[in-house]
Design a protein around this ligand. Structure first.
Ligand SMILES: [Fe+2]
Ligand SMILES: [Fe+2]
Length: 354
């Protein structure tokens, strides 16, 4: 599942910069991507500290969590706990791959510090629901951590798209669980799971996941904008082979996956409609089928016909729309830098890719 070795798409991204005078070198593109990641990361930390500085123990009224949730809801909470339990692996593995990027690697540490709170929040939910004893939870953690999560792709480009899809999927999971806890689900199995404390817990985490999704989305757009051919192919790979993290490590994961799917929280339908379709729309990429067909077209057009390949890219990617979003990101970074005073010394400046 790694990057294709034949280099056609890399060649194409390079041709774009060689054939048209005034276009950017790869070195310059890499510099712009890194500057944007760094600026976005610094903006993100400030915002995270100002607006999402919650505590998993103190900010939720755990004593009032219901202790009579349905068996299915309890299994769902246990599944969320298990997935978030691998946060040390999520941080460690990707950090090694992106460590050369200041913006991406420092963001990843911050991201990990937010995900670590999610693991602790779901552990509290298990403890206070009385579904599991503290001893059971301790043993379970031990079992989970006997195995280690590994990266689905070992390169930064595929992983930016993987994290876009994964964060959106996680957000959908928590939002829909929150709807059940608010009494907004029509599933009869969950009629007795209305619980304001669980609703608040789900909501708090869903907001974090939305912030994560947005960071990765902005990052993914940078790659799509400056390296469209190889980025579109990486995106197609990720969509084709996507699986939620740790599904192969958690005991009885299939049972959990079946419960969340039947509950209307997250199943194949939600994955396509609420995750992939939304992510593609946000990325400015044509739908799933068009992307699959389009990648083949980009690859099949003869090398001499660079222009035709360009056309294939334009058919797949709303380049104008992506450019506007990238420009907007640089604008946000500029405003942040003005607030600090960086703008007077070394401002981050947008340079168009074409
Ligand atoms: Fe999380
Ligand atoms: Fe997240």
């Amino acid at each position: 599942m790694g990057i294709k070795e034949d280099g056609i798409l890399e060649e194409l991204d390079e041709q774009r910069s060689q054939t048209a005078p005034g276009l950017l070198s790869n070195q310059e593109k890499d510099r712009l991507i890194e500057r944007a990641f760094l600026g976005l990361y610094r903006w993100y930390v400030a915002r995270s500290q100002a607006t999402r500085n919650w505590n998993p123990d103190l900010d939720i009224d755990w004593r009032n969590l219901r202790t009579d949730h349905s068996e299915k809801m309890n299994r769902i909470l246990e599944g969320f706990f298990a997935v978030e339990q691998y946060v040390p692996d999520y941080v460690l593995t990707l950090l090694k791959v992106i460590r050369r990027s200041h913006g991406r690697s420092h963001f990843h540490i911050r991201w990990g510090s937010e995900e670590e709170k999610h693991a602790d929040l779901w552990e509290n939910a298990l403890i206070f629901s009385r579904f599991r004893t503290p001893q059971w939870i301790e043993d379970y953690k031990h079992t989970l951590r006997e195995k280690a999560w590994e990266l689905p792709w070992d390169n930064p480009l595929h992983m930016i798209f993987y994290t876009v899809i994964q964060e959106r999927a996680t957000q959908v999971n928590y939002l829909n669980t929150g709807l059940i806890a608010q009494g907004k689900s029509e599933e009869p199995d969950f009629a007795n799971d209305v619980d304001p404390v669980l609703a608040q817990a789900s909501q708090i985490i869903a907001i974090d996941e939305a912030a994560h999704y947005n960071f990765f989305l902005e990052g993914a757009r940078l790659f799509l904008y400056y390296y469209p051919a190889r980025s579109l192919e990486a995106l197609q790979d990720v969509i084709q082979y996507f699986a939620m993290p740790a599904g192969d490590l958690i005991p009885n994961y299939d049972r959990f996956a079946e419960i969340v799917a039947r509950a209307g929280i997250y199943g194949p339908r939600e994955h396509l409609k609420d995750v992939i379709d939304i992510a593609l729309k946000n990325l400015g990429v044509q739908g799933r089928a068009a992307l699959r067909r389009g990648i083949n077209r980009i690859r099949e057009v003869p090398t001499m016909e660079g222009g035709m390949r360009e056309t294939a890219i334009f058919d797949l990617l709303d380049v104008d729309g992506v450019e506007k979003k990238v420009q907007k990101l640089f604008g946000r970074i500029r405003d942040y830098e003005k607030q600090v005073g960086f703008d007077e010394i070394d401002p981050t400046i947008f340079v168009p890719a074409r």
